[in-house]
Ligand binder design. Structure first.
Ligand SMILES: Nc1ncnc2c1ncn2[C@@H]1O[C@H](COP(=O)(O)OP(=O)(O)OP(=O)(O)O)[C@@H](O)[C@H]1O
Ligand SMILES: [Mg+2]
Length: 454
């Protein structure tokens, strides 16, 4: 990789630095305890990881040297595209990026990383007059450093962002711990809806069973009368009176109607029983105990279960279409956590559709859930024909406690939990595409098999 640029980008460094190649074995757990770059006391201690993105080779080397000397693990990329490739296979705490680069510049990279990944971004530039601090922060960057900078300054800025990140992660961790209890709570909140869903088949099972019971009593009476007739015929004692009493019983039994309706009543009863079985199976799957371990799971089944238990949330405002790729291989995941994700997105979609429909409740919107395999990733998209997300709140929707809903309808935790389950716990991505008044699509991509976990 020879991407050294001519001397138009001079780096003014106040101390002389000798480049040493970084020894990756230094980041093996157990040895990392020695490093100053280990900023956070994580469960599994590791040095913080910085991805340096710059098209100037000398700058890459210099920054690596400064950061490695302070105990940080670093990796380098020469443009935005290369950085995204590295980020897709490994987690980094901070992306330290230049702005002007070929293929994909630092601004596009920042936008992509801050919207879809969990790393913080620090932007460095020599053209401070071209871009304001506010512009960079609004883009999603956590800090903005002017070149030239001293090694002390870069270390200070990196540590400041890591400290903020640590507090933010603590808050997220708190939400993650709540995720499991929330899943069970959701069952509680959905209980009224689920009870209603079970009540409908229970009612027709009850009505049909009463009909079957009445018919059986009438048939029983008819059989007894016919046995009496047989007995009388054997003794040659059948008289007119006996025949007319038998005719009355046959009429009372409405024999033809019973013969026609009995199989229908039995079919409907069995259908009701299987509907209830389906709801109970979905409830069991949904409240999957999960634990910490990931295991291969059929995501299509997770989606079907969640659609069943949330039916009372969406059926009054939307139809739900499932377009599931039956060839999707099992995905290593925590199915209970992903059920929570699907539930949050389905409930949000229903609310957005209800918002858009307003009073016109006779119309219905549409929720569409599709699964596809894309190379070694599983893609799940949940689309709605709801109100859409206004541009000005788009980058806030994942913030904990951000909600536009009235008290009692939303707490603003759904998407914060969704993002932390997808990104932090499953190394996945979540993307939003939204059109005001046309609807929103949330697209989740998950690795089919686990990649390196940190
Ligand atoms: N599909 C969607 N369409 C339109 N707006 C949405 C959609 N999903 C989320 N939002 C917006 O994002 C905000 C945050 O969503 P989030 O799920 O985190 O919280 P909530 O739904 O308000 O509350 P909670 O999920 O905790 O009950 C919502 O209040 C809403 O404004
Ligand atoms: Mg929600």
């Amino acid at each position: 990789m020879d991407n050294e640029k001519p001397s138009d980008k001079k780096f003014h460094c106040r101390i002389g630095i000798r480049f040493q190649s970084f020894d990756p074995t230094r980041c093996f757990p157990g040895r990392v305890i020695l490093y100053r770059g280990q900023f956070m006391a994580d469960k599994e201690v590791r040095p913080n990881r910085i991805l340096i993105v710059d098209d100037v080779l000398s700058m890459q080397r210099l920054l690596s040297q400064i950061l490695n000397d302070d105990g940080f693990y670093t990796d380098v990329a020469s443009d935005g595209e290369q950085a995204l490739d590295i980020l897709r296979s490994k987690d980094f705490d901070i992306v330290l990026t230049d702005i002007g680069m070929p293929v994909m510049d630092g601004l596009a990279l920042t936008r992509k990383v801050t919207r879809t990944m969990s790393s913080d971004v620090i932007i460095m530039t020599g053209q401070i007059d071209q871009y304001s601090y506010d512009q960079m922060i609004n883009l999603g960057a956590s800090d903005y450093i002017q070149k030239p900078f001293s090694p002390e300054e870069i270390i200070l800025r990196v540590k400041r962002v890591l400290r903020e990140r640590h507090y933010k992660n603590e808050a997220i961790r708190f939400h993650e711990e709540k995720a499991q209890s929330l899943r069970l709570e959701s069952i509680g909140q959905l209980a009224a809806g689920i009870a209603h869903e079970i009540n409908t088949p229970i009612q027709y099972i009850g009505d049909n069973t009463t009909f079957i019971q009445d018919s059986f009593l009438n048939m029983n009476q008819l059989i007894e009368t016919l046995l009496d007739l047989l007995e009388a015929a054997r003794k040659d004692r059948v008289d007119k009176e006996m025949l007319s009493s038998i005719e009355a019983v046959v009429e009372e039994a409405d024999f033809e109607f019973v013969i026609e309706e009995l199989p229908v009543a039995i079919d409907q009863t069995l259908e009701g029983v299987s509907r209830i079985k389906e709801i109970i199976r979905a409830m069991k799957d949904f409240s999957h105990p999960g634990g910490e371990n990931h295991s291969p799971a059929n995501l299509n089944n997770c989606i079907k279960s969640t659609a069943v238990i949330s039916k009372n949330e969406w059926k009054y405002v939307a139809t739900l279409e499932l377009d599931l790729d039956e060839g999707l291989p099992p995905v290593r995941c925590n199915p209970g956590e992903l059920n929570q994700v699907f539930l949050n997105l389905i409930v949000n979609a229903s609310h957005a559709i209800a918002d858009r429909l307003g009073e016109h409740t006779s119309n219905k919107g549409e929720i569409r859930i599709a699964t596809r395999q894309k190379d070694d990733m599983a893609e799940i998209s949940i689309s709605d024909t709801g109100s859409g997300i206004p541009e000005e709140i788009l980058d806030k929707v994942f913030d904990p406690f951000f909600t536009t809903k009235e008290i009692g309808k939303g707490t603003g935790q759904g998407l914060a939990i969704t993002r932390s389950i997808v990104v932090k716990r499953h190394n996945g991505n979540i993307d939003i595409h939204t059109d005001k008044d046309r609807g929103t699509t949330f697209t989740i991509t998950l690795p089919i098999t686990d990649k390196e976990t940190t």
